[in-house]
Write a protein that binds this ligand. Structure first.
Ligand code: ADP
Ligand code: MG
Length: 623
């Protein structure tokens, strides 16, 4: 089995770790640095540069150098609102179909999605790790499903199968070995380069659960650098009090000042004072030497650290915990190397935080441990705060319609609308399955229940809303409700029970092996169901005596029906392009019935005929 690596895809820095001799180890680049700056630069010629090389170009080629792509992942322009200031490049939004929108960053006239850009970072990481094909990737606990999906997609683009997306704080807690205590409440304080996150985790029997997250996506080490830059400018006799004022300076000068500020900050994490040598620039023609002491630095950054503690207060309140109820505090993120941060966090929670690990490596180390668990190398099965396998229901013909996808963090909820396949169907049977395959026969059957009492009506008129709710303990409740009659039925199931991680792994691998064949089988089943329904509606309409259908139109429709029937009998999974002929025949039938459908549109029972895609409003049909 190929090895699985753990990746921390950070806003500022990314890292990769893997197990070596039973221990998680962060992999280093040729210069020995474990961090890959999450920076991409596009030179006029040659391939894009990633990491240190790209960061070095931020000065000489700022417009073609990109930072903080993570902030764009899975977002839309309206999500970002006024937050776009951090990116100098043009950003546009495109319609990806099905109501989905994707952002694009415009660099050198080429538009690239955040997923493609993150994939460049992931490729660099892969290269560093010797090109593994499978990975666990971490995301902030507050990432929603679309941000997680974007991360998965980035992995796929980079040639990685993303076996699991896990929360950064959970990974950090694993790295610190906090799962060994089995039970307790853990606070993870993550102060990185551009963002701050405080997460309160509950650990129960080895299962981590996110109780709450608080944070500030505009608070990080960058703000500390800026505070220091202002301090230095003030010492140069400048008065950069407003935020905007920083931008009034020569960008080259600012960039080198930023570098000096970061160096000074890092030096002050170890030493009581440091000297900054500002090179000669028009505003300081002779250059300038400035000594900064730790107390001066601490005074400067105190408001920023206090802001982070305010966010911790919010997280605690949301988790309904007091600082005394926190059993362990773990420090994560490069900025927690600052002694003042360590001190104040300790005082705030009233206990000494864990600092045994390098704070910027903890997340990647935890991801590697999670990867090791997935590889089946650790005997104790540790459940994490995600759903191990997808959950769905069986639709007509034995296809699976997934409602909640694997790796979704729990608790999770999803609702989709289904309809009936047969006229006057007064009951539907809902069969719940778990697994990655497209056909019900290849998934695990979790149970079934019946929703009855549906008033008789033509097929496809009933609106059955099926809701999946997985609570924090992994208990699944499925509810089906027919909207017109308000009939409701439900069932509760424990989904992941008894499923070992090895089993999960096997199912995931299988689904990859069979992905192509499954997809074709599923498409064929769906097309056959679609064809059958269309034929039944068409026939019913043709049989009506009150409609005056010209004989030419009638003949055309009848022969289109025959084509669908023939295609659905002869198209099977062994044909070279299964379903293609059937699909064409269905489209043809929809076209030739369109005029007729439009004429009878006002009659509710026939409305469905007008829709050229019968499955547009509903996900599928249930028998
Ligand atoms: P992210 O998770 O946001 O990608 P990191 O956890 O790697 O980022 O944190 C990066 C930040 O940590 C940067 O602002 C960097 O300057 C800061 N940092 C790194 N080392 C130190 C240090 N020794 N003292 C203070 N800040 C540091
Ligand atoms: Mg981080």
């Amino acid at each position: 089995m190929s090895e699985i690596v753990g990746i921390d895809l950070g806003t500022t820095n990314s890292l990769v770790a893997k197990m070596i001799d039973g221990k998680p180890v962060v992999l280093r680049g040729p210069e020995g640095n474990p961090l890959v700056p999450s920076v991409i630069s596009f030179p006029q010629k040659g391939p894009p540069l990633v990491g240190e090389e790209a960061k070095a170009r931020s000065l000489s080629d700022p417009l073609n150098t990109l930072f903080s792509v993570k902030r764009l992942m899975g977002r839309t322009l309206s999500d970002l609102g006024g937050e776009l200031g951090f990116i100098p490049q043009g950003i546009t939004e495109h319609d990806a179909g099905e109501g989905r929108k994707v952002l694009c960053v415009d660099i050198q006239g080429k538009k690239r999605t955040p997923e493609e850009l993150s994939a460049l970072i992931l490729k660099e990481i892969r290269h560093r790790a010797g090109n593994p094909t499978r990975a666990v990737i971490t995301v902030p606990a507050h990432f929603d499903e679309s941000q997680r999906q974007a991360t998965r997609d980035a992995g796929k683009i980079a040639g990685l199968e993303v076996l699991r997306i896990i929360n950064e704080p959970t990974a950090a807690a694993l790295a610190y070995g906090l799962d060994r205590r089995r039970k307790g409440t853990i606070a993870v304080y993550d102060f990185g380069g551009g963002t701050f996150d405080c997460t309160i985790l509950n650990l129960d029997d080895g299962v981590f659960r996110v109780l709450s997250t608080g944070g500030d996506t505009r608070l990080g080490g960058d703000d500390i650098d800026r505070a220091l830059m202002r301090f230095l400018l003030a010492r140069l006799g400048q008065n950069p009090h407003q935020t905007e004022a920083l931008n009034d300076f020569d960008p080259h000068f600012l960039q080198s000042l930023r570098g000096l500020a970061e160096q000074a900050k890092i030096a002050l994490s170890e030493a009581p004072d440091t000297v900054v040598e500002i090179p000669a620039y028009p505003i300081a023609p002779l250059g300038h030497r400035e000594r900064i002491t730790q107390p001066e630095f601490e005074e400067l950054i105190l408001p920023l650290v206090k802001r982070s503690l305010d966010r911790c207060r919010v997280a605690l309140r949301d988790a309904q915990k007091t600082p005394q109820q926190i059993d362990e505090v773990a420090l994560v993120g490069g900025s927690t190397r600052i002694p003042l941060v360590r001190r104040l966090v300790g005082e705030f929670f009233g206990r000494k935080p864990h600092t045994e690990l390098n704070p910027d490596e903890a997340v990647a180390l935890g991801a590697a441990i999670q990867a090791d668990i997935l590889a089946g190398n650790r005997r104790q099965t540790l459940l994490l705060d995600v759903l191990p396998l997808s959950l769905g229901i069986v639709t007509l013909g034995g296809a699976v319609s997934k409602l909640i996808h694997r790796n979704t963090t729990i608790p999770a909820r999803a609702t989709e609308r289904f309809t009936t396949a047969v006229d006057n169907q007064t009951a539907v049977e809902i069969t719940i399955v778990q697994g990655e395959r497209e056909l019900a026969k290849d998934c695990r059957d979790l149970g079934r229940f019946k929703l009855s009492g549906i008033p008789p009506m033509p097929s496809q008129m009933a609106q059955v809303d099926v809701t999946f709710l997985v609570n924090a303990d992994g208990l699944l409740t499925v509810t089906a409700c027919e909207k017109r009659s308000n009939q409701e039925a439900r069932i509760s199931i424990k989904p992941s029970h008894g499923l070992s991680d090895e089993e999960v792994e096997r199912m995931v691998l299988e689904s990859v092996d069979h992905a192509h064949e499954d997809f074709r089988a599923r498409r064929l089943i769906e097309l056959k169901a679609k064809g059958a329904i269309l034929i039944s509606h068409t026939r019913r309409t043709l049989d009506r005596t009150d409609l005056d259908i010209p004989s030419g139109e009638r003949t055309q429709i009848e022969s289109a029906v025959v084509l669908v029937l023939m295609a659905s009998q002869t198209d099977d999974i062994t044909s070279p392009e299964p379903g293609d002929r059937l699909n064409d025949a269905i489209n043809h039938l929809s076209e030739v019935t369109l005029a007729l459908a439009t004429r009878v549109m006002d009659e509710t029972a026939l409305k469905v005929l007008a829709s050229r895609k019968p499955d547009q409003v509903t996900t599928g049909l249930i028998s």
